[in-house]
Design a protein around this ligand. Structure first.
Ligand code: NAD
Length: 336
């Protein structure tokens, strides 16, 4: 049987759906004719505000529940053709509460897969991360899907987070091998866009830069500003999630990154330009006590395999994506 799950007329559950990626993907699936989209969330991080734009949609349902309770997941995945597994602690939350993070990112994924087995859900899309390549000096060059995990010289929380994503991916592979569960793993790079939260270190840097500029202060760059970041616009990711369901691909993990990486200096200069100007950036050292995600040098997260597997490539470049994010922040939507 083909692993392709059409969106039109089918029901989908987004586990951890009251989120940045969940809210954008719900709109994408509803716009493409999903019979129903269920957002399952315990609101540990997500919020009603993140999904306010969908509140009155007739084909959207919000279910409060916890991925740590298998019974909740068994109920919510009944009758679903596809499940998008998003619920997770990212690095900053993992730093504050590794116990909770390890539980949700590992047992929570296992529970979701088990519920999908019981309810014969046709396909799972699992939100992994470029954190699956690790951080620290040694992460450089083109990161392709076979690039190994690097754990030296990075904050423990970042490595714990990346390791849980590798485990989540392997739980999907295990489910495929044991009971033929079709799945696609998408390794998102740093997400940014409308309904941006403050939980992801790199996207938070964009917000903090903008806030400094709005206060008339000089934005900060670390060292000489040559450090690379590789973002992806949230709307592009929502489309990747949809295509992962619709494509015949299964038992595969691919990167989903934006069109091109950017140095922190260029990022700050672009934000300054889009914000209408401001003071020149100042170079600072390592901010004590802050979790920062660093790499060894210039890197690019290669996304060509996603084109081959699910027919996806990014469309929104940093200039356009940042313009949309800044417009959204400037209209009083910022979420703390
Ligand atoms: N944001 C990024 O930059 C980024 C980058 C790479 C990968 N990812 C991955 O993409 C996914 C979505 O990211 P996001 O930025 O939209 O995250 P988010 O923090 O907005 O969403 C995670 C959601 O999971 C929910 N959740 C947490 N614990 C739960 C539990 N026990 N039961 C039910 N729900 C629970 C939270 O309330 C939240 O709504 C995550 O898996 C994340 O690891 C994100």
């Amino acid at each position: 049987m083909s692993a392709a799950v059409p969106i039109q007329g089918n029901r989908f559950c987004i586990v951890g759906g009251a989120s940045l990626v969940g809210s954008a993907t719900a709109s994408e699936l509803l716009d493409h004719g999903a019979a129903e989209v269920v957002l399952f969330d315990n609101f540990a991080f997500g919020s009603e505000a993140a999904i306010a734009h969908l509140k009155d949609h007739p084909r959207l349902r919000l279910v409060r529940g916890d991925v740590m309770r298998l019974s909740d997941l068994l109920r919510v995945t009944e009758g679903m053709a596809g499940v998008l597994q998003l619920a997770a602690y990212m690095t900053l939350s993992m730093d504050r509460d590794p116990w909770g993070g390890l539980d949700v990112n590992i047992r929570g994924v296992q529970n979701a897969l088990e519920a999908c087995r019981a309810n014969q859900v046709r396909k799972v899309v699992f939100a992994s991360s470029n954190a699956a390549y690790g951080y620290g000096p040694g992460v450089a060059g083109d990161l392709v899907e076979s690039t190994p995990f690097h754990s030296q010289g990075a904050p423990p929380a970042a490595i714990l987070y990346g390791a849980t994503k590798i485990i989540g991916e392997q739980l999907c592979r295990d489910a495929f091998r044991k009971w033929g569960q079709d799945y696609v793993v998408l390794r998102y790079s740093t997400v940014y866009g409308e309904r941006q939260h403050h939980r992801a270190a790199n996207a938070l840097y964009i917000i903090e830069t903008l806030e400094k500029l709005r206060r008339g202060e000089a934005p900060e760059i670390f060292g000489d500003g040559s450090e690379t970041k590789h973002f992806v616009y949230v709307g592009d990711l929502a489309r990747a999630n949809r295509l992962a369901f619709e494509s015949a691909a299964s038992d595969v993990a691919v990167n989903t990154s934006g069109p091109a990486p950017i140095t922190t200096r260029d990022l700050v200069l672009l934000v300054t330009e889009l914000a209408g100007g401001g003071p020149a950036p100042k170079s600072v050292g390592h901010a004590a006590g802050k979790v920062r995600l660093t790499s060894g040098g210039a890197f690019r997260i290669a996304h060509e395999a996603a084109q081959a597997a699910i027919g996806w490539q990014p469309e929104v470049d940093m200039r356009e994506g940042l313009r949309r994010l800044i417009a959204w922040l400037d209209s009083g939507n910022d979420r703390r």
